[in-house]
Design a binder for this molecule. Structure first.
Ligand code: ADP
Length: 493
């Protein structure tokens, strides 16, 4: 077999990348371009969809030439992307009618407020798994139809198309032949019914979105069309939103497996199998990567606003560390903290506390609290917040967490990972391969191309370290009790 390379397109919020994997899952080349961020107004964030496409193509060319592989040797492409970001384009010309509205963009808060006032919260949670928020695509799409002149009418005449970034890239790379998406991306739009696996007619009516502009939803590992690259067809066989791709790349196929990505924010997903759990704690229910051979699985999702961002705060604002990685040695250099807690509610508190107005705080300081204690308490706060989310997931789902798989920049911190394992009382499993998200997309494509099957994750995903719990029960309970008290005092109600 000579078709032995799988390409991952990794289109993120701040950069666009192409990664070449060989059939052993080893990286042969990576090419990357930073993406321009547009902030037309406070709270608004946009990307240029054509820049995204051009960057993807450019990094593809660059990665191919760097790796030295032949185009004929590429088995398939897998795409992973920033989720929820919304593009609307003209069906005839293929031109976007507006910049992409990025997931972070808050311009549709008012539309969301109206939806809540109309009493749709329950319906939306039950059928889309989401809470009403400007984060998701549905209201962004409505905004574009309402604010671009003539757009609503054109959409109703079937002349406009909508897509998240995966759909947009596929449309461009297949020269307009395919208008498709996958279950994971569809499940972040707030207009897709995750129970029936169809676009939700009631919500489309409420938001005045014509169904004709929506992409066809496919399994994440399936045939999404072909890229005509210099006369050679390269199939696109994998598509998944970034967080679900990372869960898949971590081998999170079964219920009870959780993953946490420790980046600027932290994203935690727990696979709940075929059970669609409805959260009582404000967590989201979402679809995991789907394969042709299996029925869809669900996951609970929670995120932490200030993850690695609070380490950046120590560096850039407090200026008490030089670089993020210094924190590990500092944490190890002092004895266990005695009831000092930093609650980094810089952007309010997310799941399961939901207090948007909370502000950051420090508790339990005494005269012997110095900067090292502050640093250690800030690092530990990442683990406490993760435990809060995981506890909520366990309560909602009755699942027992078997293991926590970790990735992201701050997962490099051994002190933090050991503390996380101690607090949760489960094994924390960190892989050698840090490009888990891109690998997840490649794996989806490689499975459809018959290069790999799911079991290959075990051999490809080499474990770097498994951190096992060492803390005694009493200490664990005491520490967590102290944290909960600190959070309670931080909350405004
Ligand atoms: P993102 O993808 O969100 O940009 P990354 O996965 O690249 O984030 O992780 C970067 C974040 O991780 C930064 O916020 C940084 O402060 C934090 N970080 C990186 N290394 C460490 C470390 N050794 N200990 C603690 N935090 C770290």
């Amino acid at each position: 077999m000579n078709k032995k390379y799988v390409i991952a397109f990794d289109q993120g919020t701040t950069s666009t990348r192409t990664i070449v994997f060989d059939d052993k899952g080893q990286i042969k080349a990576i090419a990357q371009k930073e993406l321009t961020q547009h902030y037309p107004q406070s709270g608004w964030v946009e990307h240029d969809p054509l820049e995204i496409y051009n960057d993807q193509l450019e990094t593809f060319n660059q990665a191919l030439s760097e790796s030295g592989i032949k185009i004929e040797d590429i088995a398939a492409v897998g795409i992973t992307n920033q989720r929820e970001t919304t593009v609307v384009w003209d069906k005839e010309t293929g031109e976007p009618i507006h910049n992409a509205i990025v997931w972070l963009d808050k311009r549709t808060s008012e539309i969301c407020k109206e939806l809540k006032q109309r009493g749709l919260s329950k319906y939306i949670q039950k059928n889309t798994g989401l809470v009403i928020d400007s984060y998701f695509s549905g209201t962004k799409l409505k905004w574009i139809l309402e604010h671009v002149e003539g757009a609503q009418a054109k959409a109703e005449q079937g002349k406009l198309l909508f897509g998240t970034i995966d759909s947009w890239l596929i449309y461009k790379f297949t020269k307009g032949k395919k208008h498709v998406t996958d279950h994971t991306n569809a499940s972040r739009t707030m207009i897709y019914n995750i129970k029936t696996l169809n676009w939700d007619k009631k919500l489309l009516e409420v938001l005045k979105i014509p169904e004709s502009m929506l992409p066809k939803v496919q399994n994440s590992s399936s045939d999404f069309g072909s890229i005509d690259y210099k006369g050679i067809d390269i199939p696109i066989y994998g598509v998944a939103g970034d967080q679900q791709a990372s869960l898949f790349g971590q081998g999170g196929f079964h219920s009870g497996i959780a993953k946490s990505t420790y980046g600027t924010g932290c994203f935690i997903l727990l696979n709940t199998g075929e059970k669609q759990v409805r959260s009582k704690k404000g967590l989201l229910t979402t679809l995991t990567c789907s394969l042709d051979s299996e029925s869809v699985n669900y996951a609970l999702e929670g995120s932490i606003f200030a993850g690695g961002a609070s380490i950046q705060w120590l560096r850039d604002r407090m200026q008490i560390i030089e670089k993020a990685s210094d924190t590990e040695a500092i944490c190890n250099s002092i004895p266990p903290l005695k009831k000092v807690y930093v609650v980094p509610a810089f952007a309010g508190l997310g799941a399961p506390h939901w207090d948007a107005k909370a502000k950051g705080s420090v508790y339990g300081m005494t005269l012997d609290t110095g900067k090292n204690e502050l640093i250690k308490a800030t690092v530990e706060a990442l683990a406490y917040q993760t435990k809060d989310v995981i506890n909520a997931m366990v309560k909602d789902s009755n699942e027992k967490i078997v293991t926590l798989k970790v990735d992201g920049g701050a997962s490099a911190n051994n002190y933090l990972m050991q503390f996380q394992s101690d607090l949760l009382n489960v094994d924390v499993d960190r892989p050698k391969m840090i490009e888990v998200t891109a690998f997840g997309a490649a794996l989806l494509a490689g499975i459809k191309a018959n290069i790999w099957n799911k079991n290959h994750v075990e051999t490809i995903r080499k474990v770097d370290t498994v951190f096992s719990p060492k803390m005694d029960n009493k200490t664990r309970k005491q520490k967590y009790k102290g944290w909960k008290k600190a959070v309670k005092r931080t909350k405004r109600h």
